[in-house]
Design a binder for this molecule. Sequence first.
Ligand code: S3P
Length: 427
Amino acid sequence: MKMAITPARRLVGEIHVPGDKSISHRAVMLGSIAQGDTYITNFLMSDDCMSTIRAFRHMGVPIQITDPDTVIVKGRGLRGLTPPKIAIDAGNSGTTARLLAGLLSGQSFSSTITGDESLRRRPMDRVITPLRKMGAHISGVQDKYLPLSIKGGALKGIDYFMPVASAQVKSCLMLATLYADSPSRIYEPAPSRNHTELMLQAFGGRLDINGNEITVYPVSQLYGQHVDVPGDISSAAFFITAGLLVPNSSIILKGVGLNPTRTGILEVYKQMCGSLAIENVSTSGGEKRGDIIVNASHLKGTVIGGQLIPRLIDEIPVIALAATQAEGTTIIKDAQELKVKESNRIATVVDILSRLGASIEATDDGMVIYGPTPLKGNWVDSFGDHRLAMMAAIAGLIASGETVINGWECVNISFPGFYDMLKRLQN
Ligand code: S3P
């Protein structure tokens, strides 16, 4: 499906972006293996999160969707899952595949995890290697790719230094350790999102956290909770960027998740002289949230790298777009992980923004952007990557003429309703 975007005069209004994707996945997973019901409000009803719901339904967990965004998970207890009769299809969702690999390694049955064409190209050796150290019987295509075959069984805790900062790997190992006979100690090279840590504690799990070192303990049971999911800052990122770039704009984003492991984008935009303010801050289930007020701004180039990268990894495409409008050079470095996302986001971001007239170069670990350059409408491909489709749409608001995005439907992976929200801000 194609989407055509034309320039916006200004964006004004108040919006609620949908619930956080990472937290929505985790609430279904922990709810399924907890005892009692888990109520999830403001759940992200998107293709990726539906892959997680379907996976647990295949393992005998009754999951009801009531309101448009309320989910009730009838937890089966830590050892209550039943063997899935078919391969679990994680669709496009890396979080579903990698976290499930850990959880399924500890079950008393065998299972298979597969995914769509994009997910079948993404590295799974990052979970296979440490899970094998825990004693898991897990294999993949070339020991690296989906489908994964898992013969669940006894696991032992490990001491593991993760070679890359990845919340998916960390969470995979934490879930596996719940079923192990001893604790695991996991070290991260840099802090990645800590939603599993926070939610596991709320569900009755036991953890010790010491800087970048987490000790996770096996449990005998977890207990169902109410999880009210904050708005997804990775979805908010598109509107924050649009508000900064479209002249005379003023947008209020209500109830956005502000977990410090996710707010790198706000720090970067402030450093780039973006007008951003935070109001009405509160915390629930350990997760901070608040309203973000954005006003159109003249941005300046900056350098983004090091420990900041995991705190804004999913926002890099749209930050690169912002950099095309900033005065001076922006350097994004230490971001090799971009190559193994839903697309190779170094290559695909450079492709799309170049086609729209930006001055941008790929590097081995990121990109360099020379701004400001006026953008010109053109056709671009989403590469089946939701965050690129939405980045291109925001670019279309400030490009002259028409920007046509091929493969628009992938937006539903994380943000159904994105286009309607964008239209509403233009009225
Ligand atoms: C996620 C972790 C990140 C992120 C992804 C969601 C998660 O991936 O890019 O969109 O929910 O844990 P990595 O763990 O591969 O860095």
